[in-house]
Design a protein around this ligand. Structure first.
Ligand code: ADP
Ligand code: UDP
Length: 241
């Protein structure tokens, strides 16, 4: 029987989360809403929900094949997926391979500069505070995660970076940076949750450096869903080989 949405539990900026009849799973429903700059810039982008749902599910299945535990269970419709219910860490885990976005302003680095080794950052997921960047001591002091959990999350994030960077490189796309969110299941196992999409990653065409991600919205470059579609089509072409 196909799982169906029960009570709505949470509406975020990009997705809605619903209970299901199974106490261990949720349905996430991807919206066409786009926000940037901590909610100051808002719009809707036609088909964005579908594109992000499909891209996330394909990427999570690829990661699963490489022994990364993910929350993905089943795609239910173009915009909806069944996922494992997690207790999320209130952390955004960011990995950067090339300079873009906030780090260029914060540290005065030119956009596009390649880092010799990936940079791992944590932000405290707290809209009222504007998701401030924090370090492991802050995470421990605020009891957001335990030391071993931070180690496991960091190790997964760097493994995921290698897997995704190689995967996208093989289709002519540079993985500039991205954000992950992790949670714990009932047994305390750490699992990758949330999404991996052009909303949460920066993707550049390796040849032309054309931006194929949410920066098209942030920077008013136009053709937002067209860029997300290019990413989806390249993944589908790779998967059909
Ligand atoms: P935001 O909360 O940042 O506005 P979204 O609109 O993407 O983000 O909302 C999705 C919410 O669901 C996020 O708070 C995210 O942490 C949470 N979430 C993602 N995956 C799971 C999961 N498997 N179990 C529980 N919560 C999840
Ligand atoms: N990111 C995200 N959600 C956030 C903040 C950042 O998905 O709330 C992603 C963003 O898309 C980029 C990476 O994390 O791929 C690094 O973002 P950055 O710190 O440069 O912030 P931004 O430029 O979005 O302010």
């Amino acid at each position: 029987m196909t799982p169906t949405k029960q009570a709505p539990l949470y509406e975020g900026k990009a997705k809605k989360v619903y209970a299901t009849k199974d106490s261990q799973s949720y349905i996430v429903s991807y919206k066409d809403d786009a926000t940037a700059f901590n909610g100051l810039k808002k719009d809707t982008i036609k088909k964005k929900g579908e594109l992000n749902n499909r891209i996330t599910n394909l990427l999570m299945q690829m990661l699963h094949k490489h022994a990364i535990p993910t929350h993905f269970i089943q795609e239910l419709s173009p915009t909806d997926s069944l996922v494992k219910k997690l207790t999320m860490f209130p952390l955004e885990v960011i990995v950067r391979n090339f300079a873009a976005g906030s780090i260029t302003k914060r540290l005065g680095i030119k956009e596009g500069e390649k880092f010799e080794r990936p940079i791992l950052e944590f932000c405290y997921k707290n809209d009222a505070l504007g998701d401030p960047m924090i370090n492991t001591d802050h995470i421990l002091a605020l009891k957001l995660a335990q030391a071993e959990e931070i180690d496991a999350i960091s190790s997964y994030a760097l493994q995921i970076n290698t897997l995704l960077s190689d995967y996208f490189a093989s289709m002519g796309i540079l993985l500039v940076d991205f954000k992950l969110e992790f949670g714990k299941d009932e047994e305390g196992k750490i699992i990758l949750g949330d999404e991996i999409s052009p909303d949460t990653c920066r993707f550049w065409d390796a040849q032309t450096k054309q931006k194929l991600d949410k920066d098209r919205f942030r920077e008013d470059l136009g053709d937002v869903s067209e860029a997300y579609e290019i990413v989806l089509q390249k993944i589908l072409a790779k998967e059909s080989k």
